[in-house]
Structures are given as structure tokens and as C-alpha cells.
Design a binder for this molecule. Structure first.
Ligand SMILES: [Ca+2]
Ligand SMILES: [Ca+2]
Length: 379
């Protein structure tokens, strides 16, 4: 345990541990300190190797760890999955990192992780980066030995685990598939989740494959370079529609490349197609009748994933939708003093919802009422 305040560099080297038994549920190295830490020539067998909750930097060279999950013949299995190396938010530089287990091997949870050379065994995800973390992997060999599904026995389904996982984070990966003795490989090579959308790069779809087969007759994949980086909602949409996240004259928010009068920002907001002219996605003016009174109303499409806020605006996927009312086309007001939710958002099953807001002013008041929908791109 490295539990220290500030101070000089702490170096731990030529250390081997075999926690085994109940101690497997306890991190072999728990770093809660603020000092920089060096681990050199360290090997941990059958236990969780490293957990960080501190703020110091970590330098690792020639470090290996194997977990207990696949030592199924040992007593006291871990109560739940824990990463073999759990770096938290710290900065980590690692050279020659070896990790072997059936759950996540290395987790970067909001930190900066740089790896020169990594190798694994078993079928756990090799590196998972999440919560805005940044990981760069320069070279390595992925050897998911013995990929199998033992979920029926209360274990994990190795076939469902991605080799690398990016969850709202950045990761750059250069690795090769296994070479010789492993019998199978990750079916999902990279899984990337942005907002609520998850995409998989399947091993069979990986562009680069070794030209020779391993002992199982499989040509394992090579990730020449995979780069997953955080995109804003608008960048994400722009990339999906126009192929690049950076705005061009056709893809900027105000542009209207299909000439249907609906700028790209509103195409995105209403679930429209920015490349196909189609005006049916626009809000619809309606009259709703409640008892003896009739009111002006707007029915419109919003992206799913949000709810109506206290100010009656609707926020989802980096957008705010707000119905505004005016009686003179000069002053515009929103909120529950002037409007009401008439139909709460109803899921359309296509990634959008449809909702209706009405004016609070009945036609009987004989005051002109104008409604408009403002759509704002949130930072
Ligand atoms: Ca358009
Ligand atoms: Ca269109």
C-alpha cells in the first residue's frame, strides 16, 4: 500500500505476490497517495494487482498481474468482477504490461494512460477507457486464450466481451492479434459507446488481418490504428450524415444542402434527412379544445432520450426545444405562465418522440397568439 502525502518518488521493484485465497478480493497494491510511484519488475499472481484512488503519477515497467477469476478451482472466488489494473483518474505510463484475467484487465476511468507494449491472456476486455479518459496503446499482442461462455455456471460469457471498450472516452490502439497458441480471438474487437449509442467493430470486419494463420487455423486481426475520440452530439450527427465531424459549407448547422428550407440543425432536431427534401418533419400548428375553450397549439418531433423540464423546454442529445409565445410578434415568452403541455412526449420507436404544447390563452380572449419553436444547440 502506498499511502503517503507529498514527498519524493516511491519506487517498488522486484516484488512478487501471490495473494490467493480470500486476499484475492483485496488489491495487492492500493495507491491512495499523492507521490509519484514507480513499479518495476513486479508480478502479482491470482489477485487484483493495482487500484488507484490517489493523485500521484504512476510509472510501470515490466509489470504483470493475473487475476483469480480463471483459477476456478480455488476457493473464495471474487464477489464481483474487478479490473486487474484500475487506474482511476491518474496519469500512467506503462512499458511491458502483462495482464491475464476473464474480466476487464485494465481500466482507465477518467485518467491519462499511455502503454508501450501490452499482452494479455484469457478473454477479458484488454483495456477499457471511460468517463472522458484518454488512452494510447502503442503496440501489443491480444491473446484471448480459451474464449468460452460459462454464463450458465454463473460465470461470464467471454464471447460477448469486446477486446477494447471505449465509453465516452478517447482511445488510440495499435495492436496485433495473437500469434500462436491461443485457440480463439475476440469476436468483438472494439466496442465504442457515445451518448446512448453503441457500435461494435467485429473481428471478422477488421480490415487488416495477418496473412498467416495461428495454430487454430485462424487469421487473427491486426489493429493498424483504431482511434475513438469524444465527439459532441452535433459532430456525431455530422459524421454520420456527411462522413466527417468537422463542419463544411454543406454540413454546418445553418446549411441546407437538400434545399428543402430546413437547415441542418433543424433536420437533426426533428429527425429529418439532411440530404433528402422533406418538409413533413416540421412542427404542425393545431387547435386543441378543452371543455368550452379552444387554444392554439404546436405539435412537434423531438429526439428521444430527454424529458420536459420545469420551464417546459425539452432537452435531449445536445439540443433544447422551447415553445415561445407572443401576442405582438415582438416580445416572446416561454414557460408555464403562457403555455402548457397538452400531450407529453410519446416515443415514436424511431429515436424520436412527438409532443404537443398549447397556449394558455383561449381563442375566446380575442388576443392574437403566435407560437414558435426555438431549437438551441447546447454546448
Ligand atoms: Ca434541409
Ligand atoms: Ca431534408
Amino acid at each position: 500500500m502506498a499511502h503517503c502525502g507529498g514527498g519524493p518518488l516511491l519506487i517498488i521493484e522486484q516484488l512478487t505476490g501471490y495473494p490467493g485465497g480470500p486476499l484475492r478480493a483485496t488489491p495487492f497494491i492500493l495507491n491512495e497517495g499523492t507521490r509519484d510511484l514507480v513499479l518495476r519488475d513486479v508480478l502479482v499472481l491470482a489477485g487484483q494487482t493495482y487500484v488507484n484512488t490517489g493523485t500521484g503519477r504512476l510509472f510501470m515497467e515490466n509489470v504483470g498481474g493475473t487475476s483469480s477469476r480463471y483459477w476456478s478451482n480455488l476457493p473464495n472466488p471474487l464477489p464481483s468482477a474487478v479490473p486487474q489494473f484500475d487506474f482511476g483518474t491518474q496519469q500512467v505510463w506503462a512499458r511491458q504490461l502483462n495482464t491475464e484475467q476473464r474480466d476487464v484487465n485494465v481500466r482507465n476511468d477518467g485518467g491519462d494512460l499511455w502503454i508501450l507494449g501490452i499482452k494479455n491472456e484469457e478473454d477479458g476486455t484488454l483495456v477499457q477507457t471511460r468517463n472522458g479518459g484518454r488512452t494510447e496503446i502503442l503496440g501489443g499482442t491480444a491473446m484471448p486464450l480459451d474464449v468460452y461462455d460459462d454464463s450458465a455456471n454463473g460465470g461470464i460469457n467471454g464471447l460477448a466481451q469486446p477486446g477494447f471498450e471505449i465509453i465516452g472516452a478517447c482511445m488510440s490502439i495499435v495492436v496485433a492479434g495473437h500469434m500462436g497458441w491461443a485457440r480463439d480471438h475476440y469476436h468483438i474487437l472494439v466496442r465504442e459507446t457515445r451518448a446512448d449509442e453503441t457500435r461494435d467493430l467485429l473481428t471478422v470486419d477488421a480490415a487488416n488481418k495477418r496473412t498467416y494463420a495461428n495454430s487454430a487455423g485462424v487469421r487473427p486481426p491486426v489493429l493498424a490504428l483504431y482511434r475513438g475520440s469524444i465527439l459532441s452530439e452535433s459532430e456525431h450527427w455530422r459524421r454520420n450524415v456527411f462522413g466527417a465531424s468537422a463542419p463544411t459549407s454543406d454540413s454546418e448547422d445553418e446549411a441546407d444542402p437538400d434545399g428543402d428550407g430546413i437547415p441542418n440543425l433543424l433536420e437533426r432536431a426533428f429527425g429529418g434527412d439532411a440530404l433528402q427534401p422533406q418538409r413533413a418533419v416540421l412542427p404542425v400548428q393545431e387547435t386543441v379544445v378543452i371543455g368550452q375553450d379552444a387554444f392554439a397549439a404546436l405539435t412537434f418531433t423531438v429526439l428521444a432520450g430527454g424529458e420536459v423540464e420545469a420551464d417546459l423546454s425539452y432537452v435531449a442529445r445536445g439540443l433544447r426545444y422551447r415553445v415561445e409565445q407572443s401576442t405582438d410578434l415582438h416580445n416572446w415568452v416561454s414557460g408555464d405562465s403562457v403555455t402548457s403541455v397538452y400531450l407529453a412526449p410519446v416515443d415514436q420507436g424511431d429515436g424520436t418522440k412527438r409532443m404537443t404544447l398549447r397556449s394558455n390563452l383561449p381563442f375566446a380572449a380575442q388576443t392574437p397568439v403566435f407560437l414558435r419553436l426555438a431549437v438551441e444547440n447546447l454546448p
